[in-house]
Design a protein around this ligand. Sequence first.
Ligand SMILES: NC(=O)c1ccc[n+]([C@@H]2O[C@H](COP(=O)([O-])OP(=O)(O)OC[C@H]3O[C@@H](n4cnc5c(N)ncnc54)[C@H](O)[C@@H]3O)[C@@H](O)[C@H]2O)c1
Length: 264
Amino acid sequence: MTGPGAGAGVEPTGSAVLAGRRALVTGGAGALGSVIARRLAGAGADVAVLDLDEAGAGEVCRDVARLGRRTLPIGVDLTDHAAVQAAAGRVLTTWGGVDVLVNGAGGGVVAPFAEMSAETWHAMMSRNLDSVYHVTRAVLPAMLEQRFGRIVNIASVAAVSGGRLVRGATAYAAAKAGVVGLTKALAVEVAEHGVTVNALAPGAQATPGRERDTEERRAALLAQIPTRLLGEPEHLAEAVLFLASPAAVNVTGVILPLDGGHSI
Ligand SMILES: NC(=O)c1ccc[n+]([C@@H]2O[C@H](COP(=O)([O-])OP(=O)(O)OC[C@H]3O[C@@H](n4cnc5c(N)ncnc54)[C@H](O)[C@@H]3O)[C@@H](O)[C@H]2O)c1
């Protein structure tokens, strides 16, 4: 890069900005995770995918391999601490480390709070918050050891706006708010060791699930979004790529809304 704005010592954000980096994407078989995994591979990273959906993980990893990158699909329940230690351990021993961790697995059910069972509450915490703990706990020591790491958590606008886009999202919003708190506290804890920790807070994304929306539902949704646009998974993947890139070396503890202004 030349001319005004060229930063001395800042590496270019060109097509192979993650060349030689090893990425682990959880939920990589999902609508957003699969786009993120392919984008990181397109930028030069090797990509391991951890997901309950083993076949889906395999499919995404075949695309990663077609790009000439190393890849590792692992079917695992991320709510199971021991299973996650084993799965992440496989990635760490096979590749000798992990440089980029994207905690993308999550999602869940909506239920009116007054009727919510304890099972539903705990399942939502387990899927959306405990899973982030299990995977990050497994990978972080190696990042600290190598004095390099980029952790990107996929939270949700629900964490900051109370889930106004979907009624009945209390457990989901609470779990994602937990992810936001974890992101900020861990960012402070590991900042001196070359590890950054950031989170995205997406609003409604144009994922296949949205195609089931009625015209009425879609109009009501867009009416709550100042830009009147759903998020594009490809744009979200670009944000992940930036946070994983060398240019983001001094960006940590950030919760980046990708919500068309919904949370303003
Ligand atoms: N799609 C949206 O509009 C939106 C908006 C805000 C936040 N998010 C968040 O983005 C992330 C990805 O969402 P998505 O739309 O791609 O959802 P998705 O359902 O398409 O993908 C989620 C993936 O996580 C995996 N997963 C879920 N529980 C798991 C478990 N216990 N163990 C292992 N894997 C598990 C699923 O198998 C799936 O492949 C989620 O954390 C979600 O909460 C999505």
